[in-house]
Structure formats: C-alpha cells, structure tokens
Design a protein around this ligand. Sequence first.
Ligand SMILES: [Zn+2]
Ligand SMILES: [Zn+2]
Length: 91
Amino acid sequence: MSELQLAGDGPVARCRHCGKPAVGPCARCRAPVCGDCCVLTDGGATTFAVCVACERRGGASLRGAWLGMLGWLAVIVVVLAALGIALALLT
Ligand SMILES: [Zn+2]
Ligand SMILES: [Zn+2]
C-alpha cells in the first residue's frame, strides 16, 4: 500500500483503536474503526457496526438512539397536530 495516501486527511481513515485502515464509522460515536475493532449489531432493518469501546460502554444496542429519534418525531407530530387544530379553529 502506498504511504502517500495515508498522510494527513487522505481518503483512508485510520481505526481509532489499532491504527489499521478503517472500514467505516462507528454507528454510535462516528469514530472510524477497522473490521477487527467493531462489532456488528442488528439494529432492526439494517446491520450496524459499533466500535468495541461503545459496545463495552452501552452494549451494541442502538435502542437509545432510536428512542431519541422517536421522541423528536413525537414532538413534530404534536406540533403539526396543534397547527392543524389552530387552523381548524380559525376557519
Ligand atoms: Zn482496529
Ligand atoms: Zn463507537
């Protein structure tokens, strides 16, 4: 492999754990990780790669992230419903 490509912010990201070329970002902390330092986890429809640090910290589950997203969706739905009620009252 050419060392020229690995200097600076080249296209090859380095694994944060062992320094090998990363295969992709961790689904939780977005840090680049290589295939040896990530754990594949089933997040429902898709399979996510979570780095070993995140896997040790909170398990490989993405339930927290999903709940956060669902919370935001609920807020948006409530706001839209309130707007709809306000419009219905005005007309
Ligand atoms: Zn690694
Ligand atoms: Zn991570």
